[in-house]
Design a protein around this ligand. Structure first.
Ligand code: BGC
Length: 768
């Protein structure tokens, strides 16, 4: 700790001590003994705790939404006056959705200058993919498989958010999901726990940096603990019923990775898991997280999730819900108002042990100390920095870079892409092509409408061609407010004709279709996964007059686009790419950037296949190659396999894999080394994600047919070959049993390597 901070710390503690009792010299801060004590955060927390009343400790466990934005249903009306009163009494430890230096300063000032002990607030906000300048939605970023870029993106998000006074983000969401009906797949890293762990680590490190107390970094939050991504039928907030093998091997690993990366907070989740609402689940929060994993940060509830235990049928009333939540290890109450109202009573009645309150308050205070809020509660509140940093060129450049890396080329028949730069008549069709809001995607509370670069604007940066635009059809009807569901246009085709005429005269048609920016995200589940509304009809109508179509998809989840895959020559998955969306798409369409993204989530052929994922189990009656045969696991009316598999994505160049070698030195040094040669066999420089999968052929707990266990992003010039070496250790070769114990079992393994989960080369080895 530097000297300045050290002195400030002492001053704060002196103030705390004086505030409580002006004549008290309890802390004897001048003594050498005290000096060495307060060098240590734990001692500082203990010193502070010893000064706090029960109500003040409970206050640290109370989080209120601010007075401006709301990201969930508000449980009670007319609470503003009460909230201010609690703030002044020191009964509020944190606020969310307060943003901007002016507003944050207003509430922080009350906490620091008007409460008895002057404990600063920790200010939380959903910085999910940027603050005001947005980067691609998380599933899109995950498609880059570029961990360095993802870390940078979180770093820039933290920089911009911290300049607006935020010190804590409710991200990353590390929920694995296999169900594209669930709207929140846009917020995660997809379906795979290995990729999910790597991305969780990158995001946590990006947000928090190496120094949490720096004014550029913010505390991260691994959410939603746990199994929220396994909501039945993909309907948000629905029940999750997850077996122990899936829980231990698929759901929990990214949370553990976030913990190991040093994440300072966890958020529990709305769902019940195997009959117990996660918010009241002691097994998850105390036994696993705090004991087994030794997590020493704090757990915040999800919005109102403590109260919701009544609707779940787990708690009798609010008092009971508070008791269950705190005993289970939920440290902070987000917007249920129950801790502040019920906990003191519960302690006095002996239903909640005081040690749980002390522990929870300690955890919250610990993180506040680590953030440096006690050194200077106003350190995040600098108007000049706010002006300089928010929307700066540096952040826009980073957002553009991330956006290009997130694009996945799904199809490119006869090399229709990249587009020629000169002399072409290009028809641009689709309401999303000129949309400057939808590309911002969901979770964009601080971003302004109409601030994304549209595809049309991006294409107009290239002056050599003639671009003509026709909307064709709206995706949605009416004005959408972010809190409400959007209404899809299922009837209005009045603009079809104009679009058809425009397409007829063009050399190439760029059609931008997909989901409105608020069609995915929280509370936005769907039962159909095709192009919403009349867009499929529009696509087919245009195809009748011009087959040279480049379909650019804007969406927050995998879509079922079989017809397009069969008929449309070029398909580009462009997700919702944030503020720089149109520039990134144009650079890819014109070949100024060679796409290298790979799908982090399987694209199904139809909704009936969902949940669908690459790392499925073989069953005792696996489907046979060739035509479907009865009594083998299959559908009568559809293939088992997906439209596009996990890990899939093309490039403007081609790659060849050869010379796969497996060197098994496990008995000597507990390692299996896999090497493969990768050659760029095309005409342009390009990047490829070399993917390594294993199959453990037989085990005490059956293993999936393939499991991703390594990857490397490699850039090659035409004709260049590189040998890529990846290593498997016990960590990659083992698995968790149904008691949550990690095992490495001897036996036969297959190694698969290639450019998607449909791998090209394989080898066997035996683990002895
Ligand atoms: C979401 C959380 C979010 C919280 C605060 C909830 O509805 O589930 O992910 O962090 O609101 O905005």
């Amino acid at each position: 700790m530097n000297l300045k901070k050290h002195i400030l710390c002492i001053l704060v503690l002196v103030l705390i001590s004086c505030k409580e009792n002006n004549t008290s010299k309890d802390l004897a801060l001048n003594s050498a003994e005290s000096h060495s004590k307060i060098d240590n955060i734990e001692d500082k927390v203990s010193a502070l705790l010893s000064k706090m009343t029960l109500e003040e400790k409970i206050g640290q466990m109370n989080q209120y939404n601010g007075f401006w934005n709301v990201t969930g249903p508000v449980p009670k009306e007319g609470d503003q006056a009460k909230k201010y009163d609690h703030l002044r009494k020191g009964y509020v430890g944190s606020m969310l959705n307060v943003r901007g230096v002016k507003d944050v300063r207003a509430v922080q000032k009350i906490a620091v200058e008007e409460t008895r002990l002057g404990i600063p607030l920790i200010i939380g906000f959903d910085v999910i993919h940027g603050y005001e300048t947005l980067s691609p939605i998380p599933i899109a970023e995950s498609a880059s498989w570029d961990l360095e870029a993802i870390k940078k993106s979180a770093e820039f998000a933290a920089k911009e958010a911290s300049a607006a006074g935020i010190n804590w983000t409710f991200a990353p969401m590390v929920d694995i999901s296999r169900d594209a009906r669930w709207g929140r797949v846009m917020e995660g890293a997809g379906e795979d726990p290995y990729l999910g762990c790597k991305i969780a680590t990158a995001r946590v490190k990006g947000f928090q940096s190496d120094d949490l107390s720096s004014h550029n970094s913010i505390a991260a939050c691994a959410k939603h603990f746990a199994a929220y991504g396994f909501a039945e039928s993909g309907r948000d907030y629905n029940t999750a019923d997850v077996g122990t093998s899936t829980l231990n091997n698929i759901v929990l690993p990214p949370f553990k990775a976030a913990k190991d990366a040093g994440v300072r907070t966890f958020m529990n989740s709305f769902n019940e898991l195997n009959g117990v609402p996660a918010t009241g689940d002691k097994y998850l929060q105390r036994d696993i997280l705090k004991e087994k994993w030794a997590f020493d940060g704090f757990v915040v509830s999800d919005w109102g999730s403590i109260t919701e235990m009544i609707a779940h049928g787990h708690a009798k009333d609010g008092n009971h819900a508070a008791e269950l939540a705190v005993n289970a290890g939920s440290d902070m109450d987000m917007e249920s108002y129950l801790y502040v109202e019920e906990l003191a009573k519960l302690v006095k009645e002996g239903k909640v042990d005081k040690k749980h309150i002390d522990d929870a308050a300690r955890r919250v205070l610990r993180v506040k100390f680590e953030l440096g809020l006690f050194d200077d509660p106003y350190k995040y509140l600098d108007e000049n920095r706010e002006k300089e940093v928010i929307g700066s060129q540096e952040i826009h450049d980073a957002s553009l870079d991330m956006a290009k890396k997130s694009i996945v080329l799904l199809k490119n028949k006869n090399n229709l892409l990249p587009l020629k730069k000169e002399g072409q008549k290009i028809a641009v069709i689709g309401a999303l092509a000129s949309d400057k809001t939808s590309p911002l995607g969901s979770w964009r509370i601080a971003a302004k409408d109409n601030t994304a670069v549209s595809v049309l604007e991006g294409l107009n940066q290239y002056p050599g061609n003639t671009v003509t635009y026709a909307k064709g059809a709206d995706v949605s009807i009416g004005k959408e407010e972010f809190a409400f569901e959007i209404k899809v246009n299922t009837t209005d085709k009045s603009e079809f004709n104009k679009a058809i005429q425009t397409a007829k005269q063009a050399d190439v048609v760029v059609m931008v279709l997909g989901e409105h920016g608020f069609q995915s995200g929280e509370g936005r589940s769907r039962t159909e996964l095709g192009l919403p509304g009349v867009q499929q009809e529009l696509l087919e109508a245009i195809y009748k007059v011009n087959k040279n179509i480049v379909l650019v998809l804007n969406n927050g989840r995998p879509l079922t686009i079989c017809w397009a895959d069969e008929n449309i020559p070029a398909i580009v998955e462009a997700w919702q790419l944030g503020t720089q969306s149109g520039n990134a798409i144009a650079q890819v369409l014109y070949g100024d950037y060679n796409p290298s993204g790979k799908l982090p989530m399987t694209f199904p052929r139809n909704v009936g296949q969902v949940p669908i994922y690459y790392n499925y189990k073989n069953t005792g009656r696996p489907s046979l190659p060739g035509p479907n045969v009865v009594f083998w696991s299959h559908y009568q009316d559809q293939k088992n396999g997906p439209l596009y598999p996990f890990g899939y994505g093309l490039s403007y160049t081609t790659f060849k894999y050869s010379n796969l070698k497996v060197s098994n030195t496990f008995t000597e040094d507990k390692k299996v080394t896999v090497s493969v040669d990768l050659t760029n066999t095309g005409k342009v420089k390009g990047k490829e994600v070399v993917q390594l999968y294993i199959r453990d052929m037989y085990a005490s707990i059956t293993r999936p047919v393939k499991e991703l266990k390594g990857f490397e992003l490699v850039e090659l010039n035409p004709n260049e070959t590189k040998t890529i070496t990846l290593t498997l250790t016990e960590k990659e070769l083992g698995f968790f049993d149904n008691q949550g114990e990690f095992l490495v079992e001897k036996g036969d393994f297959e190694i698969h390597v290639g450019g998607s989960s449909y791998t090209e080369l394989s080898e066997n080895f035996e683990l002895k």
